[in-house]
Design a protein around this ligand. Structure first.
Ligand code: G16
Length: 565
């Protein structure tokens, strides 16, 4: 089949600025004529002279509007002289699988269609994210460039008629554009390459043995794919390859609206998993988000592993994973609001440690420079330098490897870890869907307080308990990338106390409208007699202080958070 290119005149749309991870808006915003096309053209233009003849990866989490967007991207790539696209079958690719493919085929990058954990459907959210040739989310410099192009765009290129590709059929399709240029769309199995990578990283035999109970202990696994993209991955890897049995996974059919739920693996939105695990019949439970990069880990009777602890426990046990035996373990990192549990593992094991702003993109340079092996975030993200995205399925395989190696249960493992390193109690309060203006005022007022020199040394008292915390430092977090010296300013207000506890305030960068306030509380306890105490109780006084200090109720009108994790 042959196509010709047409130039379509267009005008810029306001607000096409990518947030923490890509452009996320309501589906209806993306469906406006030219809206998606403008953003895609700006992504393609950012590739400059690398665009002609390039190869890109395209796919997404299967949410509503995803297939339409894949078709638009195919037609625009053909017209923009891209040489080849790898497209997941039916437009499906988990975010980790897309990162894996970009790296494996050494493509110029990839376009990932997801709004991650945000709900899907005609009245919910959609998102487009550009990943660069290292497989990771585009860094700020690139997303700023894309945004700048969206503010000036005057035309986009697209084929005169839709490129005839059947996305349900695996295979290679080549077309001629403008009488000469060859354009290939290779529709690939969404899981195969990712599965090969996992088999290369982990000892599948030892995980199989654990899951079969042949090591002497019965082991049952429960995975909840939340009707997101991980369903096919979970079935192929855990059921077909590792023999875990069909009943090890639920909600494995990807749905365009995720069954009407938030595909967000936390205690609130993955309440089904918590309920099922509470029965006590499974040794490990996990849930994943819409695009498969987040994970939540639970032990028997729904014993909750905070993402900060999950990172620290894996850091302390990496030697049982063949990949790290091969590569060695370089440094560890976490995002700034993530509880500081992994810091102590880094210190004890003499590894380099980095604290970066919220956003997986900030880990990329460190990994590319060979200084970072394992990292994670409080927002249920864990991953390593095997790819440049966080990776939900990888995290479960890593946990199973550690359980197989140590012979311990999840709770036992955590308790041993705390006894050795101490425990970080952590909680995050989210106030979703607030009005933006008052939240911006609250952040400005907080920043003014935090950077005032006299703030240091101020005793802050929780009225209900009389517990006093003394301010050691206040600032708005700023990060200088040690590899390219780029600076990210204004990454969250921090109030650090003299006992090592921290209170952090940020506005989310992944919402599609209004503002979401995130309040993070982290406190360290070395006394093992207190490690089993209730986290909410332990953190109560700090929460009270954080709310007083920010006058959050005054600014947002909210007396309670929407979600506590
Ligand atoms: C994205 C980023 C993460 C970040 C999370 C929450 O995750 O990749 O690095 O921690 O958003 O960001 P925010 O607090 O700004 O909402 P995902 O899973 O949504 O792609």
């Amino acid at each position: 089949m042959a196509y010709t290119t047409k130039k379509v005149p267009t005008t810029p749309f306001d607000g096409q600025k990518p947030g923490t991870s890509g452009l996320r808006k309501a589906v209806k915003v993306f469906q406006q004529p030219n809206y998606t096309e403008n953003f895609v053209q700006s992504i393609l233009n950012v590739l400059g002279d690398k665009l002609a003849g390039s190869t890109l990866v395209v796919g997404g989490d299967g949410r509503f509007f995803g297939k339409d967007a894949v078709k638009i991207i195919i037609n625009m790539c053909a017209a923009n002289r891209v040489g080849k696209l790898f497209v997941g079958q039916n437009g499906i690719l988990s975010t980790p699988a897309a990162s894996c493919l970009i790296r494996k085929h050494q493509t110029a990058g990839g376009i990932i269609l997801t709004a991650s954990h945000n709900p899907g459907g005609p009245d919910a959210d959609f998102g487009i994210k550009f990943n660069t040739s290292n497989g990771g989310p585009a860094p700020d410099a690139v997303t700023n460039q894309i945004y700048s192009l969206t503010t000036k765009i005057s035309e986009y290129l697209i084929t005169d008629s839709p490129v005839a590709v059947d996305l349900s059929k695996i295979g290679s399709n080549t077309f001629t554009v403008d009488g000469g240029q060859q354009f290939t769309v290779e529709v690939i199995d969404s899981v195969s390459d990712y599965l090969l990578l996992m088999k290369d990283i982990f000892d599948f035999e030892s995980i199989k043995k654990l899951l079969s109970g042949s090591s002497g202990k019965p082991f049952k696994l429960l995975l909840n794919a939340m009707h997101g993209v991980t369903g096919p991955y979970v079935k192929r890897i855990f059921v077909e390859e590792l023999g875990a049995g069909d009943d090890c996974c639920v909600n494995t059919t990807p749905l365009e609206d995720f069954g009407g739920h938030h595909p967000d693996p936390n205690l609130t939105y993955a309440a089904d998993l918590v309920k099922a695990m509470a029965q006590g019949n499974h040794q490990l439970g996990a849930a994943f988000d819409g695009d498969g990069d987040r994970n939540m880990i639970l032990g028997v009777k729904a014993f909750f592993v905070t993402p900060s602890d999950s990172l620290a426990v894996l850091a302390a046990n990496l030697e049982c994973i063949p990949y790290f035996k091969k590569t060695g373990v370089r440094g560890y990192a976490r995002s700034m609001p993530t509880a500081a549990a992994v810091d102590r593992v880094a210190k004890e094991t003499g590894k380099e440690f980095f604290e970066v702003p919220t956003g997986w993109k900030y880990f990329g340079n460190l990994m590319d420079a060979g200084r970072l092996s394992l990292c994670g975030e409080e927002s249920f993200g864990t991953g390593s330098d095997h790819i440049r995205e966080k990776d939900g399925v990888w995290a479960v395989l890593a946990w199973l490897s550690v359980l197989a190696h140590t012979g311990l249960g999840v709770e036992q493992l955590l308790k041993q870890h705390w006894a050795r390193f101490g425990r970080n109690f952590f909680t995050r309060y989210d106030y979703e869907g607030c009005e933006s203006d008052p939240c911006n005022k609250m952040m400005a007022e907080l920043e003014a307080k935090a950077i005032e020199p006299s703030f240091v040394g101020t005793p802050l008292t929780a009225a209900s308990s009389g517990k006093v915390y003394t301010v050691a430092k206040g600032d708005n977090f700023e990060y200088t990338d040690p590899i390219d010296n780029s600076v990210a300013k204004g990454q969250g207000i921090r109030v650090l106390f003299s006992d090592g506890s921290r209170v952090i305030y940020r506005l989310s960068g992944t919402g599609s409208a209004g503002a979401t306030v995130r309040l993070y509380i982290d406190s360290y306890e070395s006394d093992s007699s207190k490690h089993s105490l209730d986290a909410e109780e332990m953190l109560g006084p700090l929460v009270e202080i954080a709310l007083q200090l920010s006058r959050l109720e005054h600014f947002t009108g909210r007396s309670k958070p929407t979600v506590i994790t």
